[in-house]
Design a protein around this ligand. Structure first.
Ligand code: NAD
Ligand code: TYD
Length: 356
């Protein structure tokens, strides 16, 4: 701990660092910025896995604190202990289907948790007016985007699911803290991520896991919903840029521009797995099931602002990113087994049991 008290150039609270995007971000930033202290604040829900972070676990500039962001007193103690000068806020309940089953937890974590962090940031900003707050959000706040258009940062907020609504509410709170209190905030709204460490409730790892286990692949509705898939490490590079160079009070959309119908994506994944395992054909496992209520038809972002202002570009195509992702899951059977035992079995039955 003596080492952790040394004069770091920045002292950053990273919430949700044991989840999918948080793990990828910490694995990238901790070695890249040895002069910054990163404190991972996570209460370790079903979506978290501390073993993701084994590579940085003993790094001198990394600490873990098991705290629920809905626990204001716990967070306050942590803020007092580390004297943070910035927050990168990723902690959230993140899955649409779970928000349809139980929205209350989404309001607690995503809205109230964000409010607690904003309050502590506001208090910290009294003695440090540069206190930085990066709020990591989603393109789902814009709702379904009509064919032919793309949402830029001024597109109307029009969420469809309780998850999207809770993120939109949190975004608005962050905006208000900039306008009312001058807090140095930046917000990012990113499209669907995929890559290593994603919990197999989201479409891509769920498909890979089902194929590996010979289970059918549930496709909601007609399978023609469109998502704009971004490889998680490209998202993390964007977050690093926005954290350092984003203009205070600004919002940045982050999308790949590779909009793809679900059914096309599913066939790509089947083809990659057939090539890698020599087994298949896997498209016989496709099963069209009852649609998700309020299912947004299309997500598509205009990312010109982050490209023009901060010089960000996605580095991988969807095909390249999918290859890497399939390789990762094929090499991580223990990780997948750990996620898909226990509570997952009940979850799967609840969401898919009566869908056929
Ligand atoms: P995830 O579900 O994989 O991980 C969420 C993490 O937050 C977990 O480690 C969990 O333990 C932690 N957490 C949840 N509730 C908490 C609480 N009350 N207190 C402390 N920690 C808590 O999510 P993800 O996919 O990594 O998403 C991270 C962030 O990025 C979220 O805010 C999400 O809305 C946003 N986002 C995700 C995507 C995507 O495609 N996954 C796209 C755009 C934005
Ligand atoms: P998902 O990964 O849940 O992300 P989001 O809903 O946040 O976009 O779903 C991606 C797309 O895949 C979405 O159109 C819903 C669809 N989908 C299925 O068809 N079957 C599934 O089992 C899941 C989880 C998603």
């Amino acid at each position: 701990m003596a080492e952790k008290n040394r004069n770091f150039k920045k002292r950053i609270a990273v919430t949700g660092g044991a989840g999918f995007i948080g793990s990828n971000l910490l694995l990238m930033m901790v070695p890249r910025y040895p002069d910054y202290l990163f404190v991972n604040i996570d209460c370790l829900t079903y979506a978290a896995n501390l073993s993701n972070l084994s590579e940085i676990d003993s790094a001198e500039n990394y600490e873990f604190e098991k705290i629920d962001i809905t626990d204001y007193a716990g967070l306050e103690q942590c803020f007092n202990k580390y004297n943070f000068d910035s927050v990168i806020h990723l902690a959230a309940e993140s899955h649409v289907d779970r928000s349809l089953i139980g929205p209350a937890l989404f309001i607690q974590t995503n809205v109230m948790g964000t409010f607690n962090l904003l309050e502590l940031a506001r208090k910290s900003a009294v003695s440090n007016s540069d206190f930085r707050f990066l709020h990591v959000s989603t393109d789902e706040v814009y709702g379904s985007i009509e064919t032919g258009s793309r949402a830029d940062e001024n597109y109307p907020v029009n969420p469809s699911s309780p998850y999207a609504a809770s993120k939109a509410a949190a975004d608005q709170m962050v905006r208000s803290y900039h306008k009312s209190y001058g807090l140095n905030t930046v917000i990012t709204n990113c499209t669907n991520n995929y890559g290593a460490f994603q919990f197999p409730e989201k479409l891509i790892p769920l498909l890979i896991n089902n194929i590996i286990n010979g289970k059918t692949m549930p496709v909601y509705g007609d399978g023609r919903n469109i998502r704009d898939w971004l490889y998680v490490e490209d998202h993390c590079r964007a977050l690093d840029l926005v954290f350092h160079n984003g203009v205070a009070g600004s919002v940045y959309n982050i999308g790949s521009g590779s909009e793809t119908e679900n059914i096309i994506l599913i066939k790509k994944i089947c083809a990659i797995l057939e090539k890698k395992t020599g087994a298949g054909p896997f498209d016989k496992l496709i099963e069209f099931v009852k649609d998700r209520p309020g299912h947004d038809r299309r997500y598509a972002l205009d990312s010109s602002k982050i490209k023009n202002e901060l010089g960000w570009e996605p580095s991988l195509s969807l095909d390249e990113g999918l290859e890497l992702t399939v390789d990762w899951y094929l090499s991580q059977s223990d990780w997948l087994k750990k996620c898909t035992s226990g509570e997952y079995v009940n979850y799967y039955e609840k969401v898919y049991g009566d869908r056929k």
